[in-house]
Design a binder for this molecule. Structure first.
Ligand SMILES: Cc1cc2nc3c(=O)[nH]c(=O)nc-3n(C[C@H](O)[C@H](O)[C@H](O)COP(=O)(O)OP(=O)(O)OC[C@H]3O[C@@H](n4cnc5c(N)ncnc54)[C@H](O)[C@@H]3O)c2cc1C
Length: 461
């Protein structure tokens, strides 16, 4: 079959790219070997956030007494919870199927591999030809020696999201975003959780200030999640229907399951890269230029397969930018610093642009403003008032350089700062915009006012 564009992989990078290409009049084929929506919809963003919301209810109900409202201890029907999560996922996957169909994208439910220039071979034996090929095959969890995923005692994030059981004792190896999000969910479900992190700090792959991390670390401790940094898990051995995880400190931790969340690696294996003289970088990513084209002419790559944060919205943004360029538009280079990141710990963390530390390390003269959730009427009324808003701006022209929010609904609140950063807006643009009261977004406005030294509800520095 002959196409102008063939996209390999139907995740948030691939399916978005395919739809945009079709909208722009290109003849497009999309290959997906598992589920449309990729990791994000099926084993990532969506199921974790559905479970984050569901388990938040447990935490809210158990602490509502302060408001004079009491509930009996929660009962958890894991089968029903899993079915509910599956319904959320399947609704979204169904929506994508419809969108692909209505936009005229040919979907091939098959694994594909490059078969020389302009050719993609399907597992069925069929070959698709295309002027342009977009690789969007995503990433998979990394396995480390001593912890094989084929042992049912060792979970990947996919296994943890399958919700087959609530282990009494869960050891999470990896204090990054995925490890901490799943630790939070399983702790709320009732597991006793220990997180093992090799590096001296949690969330070290994200540019966060110490103050921001401090809020989350305190909260993890309050929730009873035991976080051990600077510690390596070496191996495990069976112990009475369970396992004992051996640490480099010599200590052994008994657990019922161990969740390995030490990162993800781009899916480049068996992709036929050699047929177009390509090979991944030592880090596993495929190198691309500004137009997201690999060193092989006509072969492009997006999403988790290429450098930058492994985030769904980054993959989709690349998918759209690439489609626009393939249809004859200008090459738009995505600035990774303007990509916001949300982390669903309790409280949530969200950030965009530079941290205060990174801005100083770059020698920037900066203004920094902060505002605590505890001073927001809305947050107090929600009984969710820990954390703060922070905004960093250039001291000369006051343009916003970055923001960090740690607290309730931070993932929703960061978008205002992301727009400011992307559009080159100043502190004044946020401070002077009238925000409705009482709401959480007032926190960013107040932080901007604080940075300008004209805050009303905090003491100016
Ligand atoms: C537990 C977890 C939670 C996450 N939470 C968030 C979050 O809250 N927010 C966020 O932004 N990101 C989150 N992510 C990351 C996000 O899921 C990824 O960044 C995103 O899915 C990457 O999109 P992609 O299109 O590059 O690849 P993927 O989503 O991995 O999709 C790739 C697709 O390609 C298919 N495929 C692979 N090889 C082939 C082949 N040879 N032929 C045909 N098909 C193939 C795969 O089956 C897959 O469907 C999370 C990830 C995990 C694991």
């Amino acid at each position: 079959m002959d196409y102008q564009v063939v996209v390999v992989g139907g995740g948030p990078g691939g399916y978005v790219c395919a739809i945009r290409c079709a909208q722009l009049g290109l003849r497009v084929g999309l290959l997906e070997e598992r589920e449309l929506g990729g990791v994000c919809l099926n084993w990532g963003c969506v199921p974790t956030k559905a479970l984050y919301a569901a388990t938040k209810l447990i935490e809210r109900a158990s602490t509502a007494d302060e408001m004079g409202i009491g509930f009996p201890p929660p009962s958890i029907d894991l089968t029903k919870l899993a079915a509910w999560k599956a319904r959320v996922v399947s609704k979204l996957v169904g929506g994508i199927e419809t969108l692909l169909d209505k936009n005229g994208v040919d979907v091939h439910r098959a694994r594909g591999r490059l078969d020389g220039s302009g050719r993609v071979a399907l597992a069925s034996g069929e070959t698709l030809t295309a002027e342009r090929i977009v690789l969007a095959t995503g990433s998979s969890p990394i396995e480390i020696p001593g912890f094989p995923f084929d042992d049912p005692l060792v979970w990947s994030s996919d296994d943890a999201l399958a919700l087959t059981e609530i282990p009494d004792r869960l050891v999470v190896i990896g204090g990054g975003v995925i490890g901490l999000e799943l630790a939070t969910i399983y702790r709320r479900l009732g597991s006793s959780v220990t997180v093992i992190e090799l590096l001296p700090e949690i969330l070290s792959a994200v540019d966060l200030d110490r103050r921001t991390l401090g809020v989350v670390k305190r909260s993890l401790a309050e929730q009873g999640i035991d976080v051990r940094t600077g510690t390596a898990a070496d191996s495990y051995e069976p112990a009475k229907d369970a396992l004992a995880v051996r640490l480099n400190s010599g200590e052994s931790l008994e657990a019922d399951r161990v969740l390995l969340a030490v990162g993800r690696r781009p899916n480049t294996a068996d992709l036929g890269l050699a047929s177009v003289d390509l090979e991944p970088e030592p880090s596993g990513v495929l190198a691309v230029d500004d137009s997201l084209e690999t060193r092989a002419r006509g072969v492009h790559a997006i999403g988790d397969l290429v450098a930058g944060p492994m985030l769904a919205h980054k993959a989709s943004a690349e998918g759209v930018a690439l489609a626009d360029a393939l249809a004859g538009g200008e090459t738009r280079v995505l600035d990774h610093e303007t990509i916001p990141q949300a982390i669903f710990t309790d409280p949530e963390i969200a950030s965009v642009g530079l941290s205060e530390r990174a801005a100083k390390e770059r020698g920037r003269e900066i203004l920094v403003g902060r505002f605590p959730y505890a001073a927001l009427g809305k947050a107090l009324g929600m009984r969710d008032a820990s954390g703060f808003f922070q905004i960093v701006a250039d001291a000369g022209d006051h343009r916003v350089l970055g923001a960090q929010i740690v607290g309730a609904e931070a993932s929703d609140l960061i978008s205002e700062a992301a727009v400011a950063l992307q559009a080159g807006l100043t502190l004044e643009a946020i401070a002077d915009a009238v925000h409705p009261h009482p709401t959480l977004p007032e926190g960013l406005k107040e932080a901007a006012e604080n940075a300008l030294g004209r805050a009303i509800h905090t003491v100016n520095r």
